[in-house]
Ligand binder design. Structure first.
Ligand code: AMP
Ligand code: MG
Length: 403
């Protein structure tokens, strides 16, 4: 099988992935979820003409010349509207958020008045509409406030409540099962024996999954044996996505692909023209009535995280029904980049968006063993396959690393 270009591989993943069904969540748990049906306001906002200040609701004509003394005929506080009528020469004491009586047309702020028992003397004129927030000024009933597909922010949650929604229809969270593989791996925090390393991938990958809106389930570290791998894979039965790391190349101990195939996964591709990360398995299998997407990532932590950014993040986004939310942006190289080989190179680097156009500096040492440079980077610079040496100033595609 020839090495597949990254764009083709991604396209195939996105074509295979189907948006998951919707579910209803309480508004308190809606942040970070993806909206499945639009928020159409059920109410006008504000729902009535509301006072923006503490003061007096009046007829503007009554205070055309000042000072003007008016009789106070009632009070309108927030949640306690004044129900009577406002005659000529009369005023209603009003507070912020109080309903403006239907026949008043201005609110005079209290700083411009002097109250004396049952009367108030207005010292400054006020225009019609002054200090009144008219009904529906903000938005109106039946107005579309949030389109479906949106990753809900705290502000979206707030306005949904204002629109009269106590719960929202959101896409079910994709459950992503994660399996680490390798006899050398021990859980982080455990003392390392000879030849052992801390298994880090699952933790980074779980964090990526959660940040993008999925539900991560770490199943543990499988041994480098078919039996162990198959046992772990069978435990992933109800997940929407199964992600493995390690064991993905063609060494004697690289058994992930046969184990997945034994478990019913149909291979789509397993080698990508990408650096880092050539061995990458993608396929799917039916588990019960569910289609499970299987993504076999490389074991090298830098490769695993970069491949997750390039393939897993868009996969999860697609399952959530979002449209290409993690697209590349253009930036110019601050420094030259040497000629590239036949694989598209995802270089760790630093993006500076304070200039226009944005400038990007790829790190000089791109050794895929350097986890620290991945942690310090804020972007991936995409150098096309077979690109010649690129001088400073060349425009390149850049993926932000913001997770
Ligand atoms: P593999 O693809 O299994 O040959 O792994 C490639 C390299 O990544 C090896 O050096 C592994 O020790 C390392 N590796 C594999 N899985 C992990 C992991 N979960 N955490 C840290 N390093 C890993
Ligand atoms: Mg291994």
């Amino acid at each position: 099988m020839a090495l597949l270009p990254v764009s083709v591989a991604l396209q195939r993943i996105l074509e295979t992935a189907r948006t998951l069904p919707a579910e209803t969540v309480d508004l308190l748990h809606a942040r970070g979820r993806t909206l499945a049906s639009p928020v159409i306001s059920k109410v006008d906002n504000p729902p009535f003409d509301a006072s923006a200040m503490d003061g007096y609701a009046v007829h503007a004509d009554d205070i055309a010349t000042v000072p003007a003394t008016l009789n106070i005929v009632g009070e309108s506080g927030a949640g306690h509207p004044f129900d009577g009528a406002l005659g000529n020469g009369q005023a209603v004491r009003i507070f912020t958020g109080g309903r403006v009586p239907p026949d008043a047309d201005a609110v005079v702020i209290q700083e411009n008045t002097e109250a004396l028992g049952p009367t108030v003397t207005v010292l400054e004129t006020a225009k019609r509409g002054a200090n009144i927030r008219p009904k529906g000024q903000d938005f109106t009933k039946d107005e579309c406030i949030i389109e479906e597909g949106r990753l809900l922010t705290a502000r979206d949650v707030l306005i949904s409540a204002s629109c009269g929604y106590g719960e929202l229809s959101v896409i079910r969270k994709p459950v992503v099962a994660i399996i680490s593989t390798g006899d050398e791996l021990v859980p982080p925090g455990k003392l390392l024996g000879p030849g052992q390393i801390s298994g880090s991938n699952a933790y980074g990958l779980a964090a990526v999954v959660e940040a993008v809106g999925g539900e991560a389930r770490f199943l543990g570290i499988a041994r480098d044996s078919l039996a162990s791998l198959e046992e772990f894979i069978s435990a992933a039965g109800d997940a929407d996505v199964l992600v493995t790391s390690g064991g993905a190349s063609v060494g004697d101990h690289d058994l992930v692909r046969p184990a997945l195939e034994n478990a019913g996964a149909k291979l789509d591709f397993y080698k990508i023209a990408m650096r880092p990360g050539k061995p990458l398995f993608f396929g799917s299998r039916n588990v019960g009535s569910r289609l499970q997407y299987c993504l076999g990532l490389p074991g090298n932590p830098v490769s695993a995280m970069i491949c997750a950014r390039v393939f897993l993040v868009p996969l999860i986004s697609r399952l959530l029904g979002r449209e290409a939310p993690f697209e590349a942006i253009d930036a110019v190289l601050a420094e030259p980049v040497p000629a590239n080989g036949p694989r598209e190179h995802y270089m760790r680097g630093l993006l500076d968006v304070s200039t226009a156009p944005a400038r990007v500096t790829p790190f000089t040492n791109q050794d895929s063993g350097l986890v620290k440079s991945l942690q310090r980077a804020n972007c991936l610079v995409v150098i096309p396959a077979d690109a010649p040496r690129l001088p400073a100033g060349t425009t390149v595609k850049v993926f932000r690393l913001d997770i």
